[in-house]
Design a protein around this ligand. Sequence first.
Ligand SMILES: Cc1cc2nc3c(=O)[nH]c(=O)nc-3n(C[C@H](O)[C@H](O)[C@H](O)COP(=O)(O)OP(=O)(O)OC[C@H]3O[C@@H](n4cnc5c(N)ncnc54)[C@H](O)[C@@H]3O)c2cc1C
Length: 390
Amino acid sequence: MSAGPASDVLVVGAGVIGASAAFWLAELGAGRVTVVDRGGAGSGMSARSSALVRMHYTFPPEVDLAVLSDAMFDAWTDLTGRPACVRRTGFVRLVHPHEEGLLRANVAMQRRRGARAEVIGPAELARIAPGMRADGVGCAAWEPRGGYGDGAVVAGDLLGAARERGVRYLPRTPVRALVTARGRVTGALTGAGTLHAGTILLACGVWTPPLLATAGVELPIENELHKVAIVAHRPGAGARVACIDSVTATYFRPESGGTRTLIGAFTGPRGADPDAVPESAAPGEVAGLVGAAARRVPALAEAGIARGVTGVYDMTPDARPMLGPVPGADGLILAAGFSGMGFKIAPAVGEALAGLITTGRASHVDLWPFRPGRFADGEPIRPEHAYCDD
Ligand SMILES: Cc1cc2nc3c(=O)[nH]c(=O)nc-3n(C[C@H](O)[C@H](O)[C@H](O)COP(=O)(O)OP(=O)(O)OC[C@H]3O[C@@H](n4cnc5c(N)ncnc54)[C@H](O)[C@@H]3O)c2cc1C
């Protein structure tokens, strides 16, 4: 049974990645594009994202993706017809004191690639982020245009704009299996029949491995559980800027109107089943996180835990996404394994993938280092100036 006319491109997953790819496929004239999701736009991990926006990365091509995405966020209304979607609070990166030389090298590299970033000292840090302890800090990376967004909004904006450009959208349509014929992936089996397509883009985040398995493909993507605390406090008594801090192993940012701060951790336990993880975490489960962040922003020690939320990262062995053709499965393009960084790079990733699908080549960013086959090739990404917790 066939579920409607064949598509030139079928995008499985309407999170920030699938929605962005659909938007750019329509922009680049990819023909008949269909997006299918088992739920709706942004109903996966995009809606649970902390959604920090920054350009501070250690691997040059991921800086390129972040810089390009940032420009797209700046041009959001022209691009999508929707209101601006990033709150520009500013962003600070703090590393272990013995890695400050690496931070300087990384900021220099980021600036060469167009990032609005600079190295600041402790006095400047105290001025920019009052309430944040600067003792023990030799230097920090500062991005005045960093901040945060909302994954559900971005996925919805991009999907809406894609649909206005002719993309077909099938919500509440789970794909049960990929359909293959003579070594080529030719469609996706749904409850309503098979959706046939010339190219299939798999953008299912943490739900990717079981779908890949239906095409006989196994790639190293592991799920990792993360818990996030939202704390309530007096106006201004929490985080003033978005920050990633290696010393306390936390990240934090303002949330809603200066009386809430969001706090997350760098790592979590592996092997989480995303369908079995409760969406909320009890205050006791995130209290340790708040205590750790309070070592950097002491006022947070007095903040009350308003709620705890959970989410799951799709981790690869080098903590970078897998983008591009899947070896051994012609017709299948993968965009998964974002390892906790997919929100801020989604606009540029979508454009790069759409370029790859329509012309065989991503126009602005070299996707080759991110190819899904790099681990089998023995070529994981190893940045020159990586941090110990990169
Ligand atoms: C707690 C948390 C904090 C984060 N913080 C940040 C951050 O600060 N900055 C940042 O840049 N990134 C962050 N991330 C990462 C970022 O949110 C993700 O990388 C990004 O949202 C992933 O988008 P996606 O489209 O790949 O996946 P998803 O948003 O999960 O979308 C996948 C879609 O596929 C659909 N789907 C799954 N299986 C099927 C199927 N069988 N058939 C049809 N549809 C299917 C799902 O319904 C879902 O809508 C964070 C993530 C989490 C969980």
